[in-house]
Design a protein around this ligand. Structure first.
Ligand SMILES: C[S@@+](CC[C@H](N)C(=O)[O-])C[C@H]1O[C@@H](n2cnc3c(N)ncnc32)[C@H](O)[C@@H]1O
Length: 284
């Protein structure tokens, strides 16, 4: 089974929770709106079961579903992520389990929503979509989304210069120079446009025009990049790269005209969202 163990380090996991941007509520509202169009709620007015695949520490994706489902199951292949998710658990109707996306620990036709946030690119897509088809009720929904820095500094008088420097990071880490930049990273950088990632149902929707501001600091940008495995490994792999990285941040401080790395900085992120619905009637 194709599997990438890239989010297993407990230090990285605690950094992840504080240094990654959070999805805007709008994304979850759009998913629920699409789900409500055909799925049937229980007497409680909620839907019976959602699975959040690749839930990671839970706070960034699973928690949003809890008010709308009787039960939410968050699954992840990483034991360390599930331990963190349990430590962060915000709702009693959430359960976290170590499990593979390609083999979910749920009954056939029992799930109304399979959500996969910032994780689809790491999965074995064919097996995952087959597994979704097994577990989803008719009219059930797959929602796959991720985010990517759109690299626009939006709150500084010298924003154009700062934007150009930050874009240099993006160019370098996605270049052939970086052996850690893997195919899944590329899928994410291309906003899930690759044909192999598309949800194999006739009723699908795609959005890639959802932008949101990530309010952080210069040091926060540094920490954000350190939560991305292909960046962290690239920079730490030799002295030239360490120097390049230090030089980039020196230039950011200079362009910002500050000597305080905790100076606030806001950059724009883009969310891309794939939605697909299991057909109600299958015509043979
Ligand atoms: C970038 S994190 C996403 C965490 C969270 N959903 C979020 O939106 O921030 C990707 C997660 O997918 C998990 N993962 C990767 N491959 C998986 C697989 N085959 N089955 C289940 N989880 C997987 C990783 O362990 C990691 O925790």
């Amino acid at each position: 089974m194709l599997s990438y163990r890239r989010y297993d380090d407990p230090v990285q996991i605690s950094e992840y929770v504080v240094s990654r941007p959070r999805y805007p509520q709008k994304v979850f509202d759009m998913i629920l709106e699409y789900t409500k169009q055909q799925a049937i709620p229980c007497k409680s007015g909620k839907f019976p079961l959602a699975v959040d695949v690749g839930c990671g520490p839970g706070l960034m994706s699973t928690s949003f579903l809890a008010p709308h489902f009787d039960k939410v199951l968050g699954i992840d292949i990483s034991e360390a992520q599930i331990a963190e998710a349990n430590a962060n658990k915000e709702y009693d109707n959430i359960e976290y389990k170590v499990a593979h996306a390609e083999s979910m620990p749920v009954e056939d036709k029992s799930v109304t929503l399979v959500q996969v946030a910032t994780a689809l690119h790491w999965l074995d897509h064919e097996k995952f979509y087959r597994e979704c088809d097994r577990v989803l009720v008719a009219g059930g929904v797959i929602a796959a989304f991720s985010h990517y820095p759109d690299i626009q500094v939006i709150d500084h008088p010298n924003k154009d210069h700062l934007t150009r420097i930050l874009r240099e990071i993006q160019v370098k880490i996605t270049s052939n120079e970086n052996p850690e930049y893997l195919l899944p990273n590329k899928y994410a950088a291309e906003y899930y446009k690759d044909p192999c990632l598309q949800i194999p149902y006739p009723d699908t929707q795609r959005y890639d025009d959802i932008f949101f501001p990530f309010h952080t600091t210069i040091a926060g940008i540094h920490r954000y990049y350190m939560t991305i495995t292909c960046v962290r490994k690239f920079i730490s792999s030799n002295e030239d790269r360490k120097r390049w990285w230090k030089d980039i941040f020196d230039r950011i401080m200079e362009a910002y005209r500050t000597d305080n790395s905790e100076s606030p900085l806001t950059i724009q992120f883009k969310v891309y969202l794939l939605l697909g619905r299991k057909p109600k009637i299958i015509l043979e």
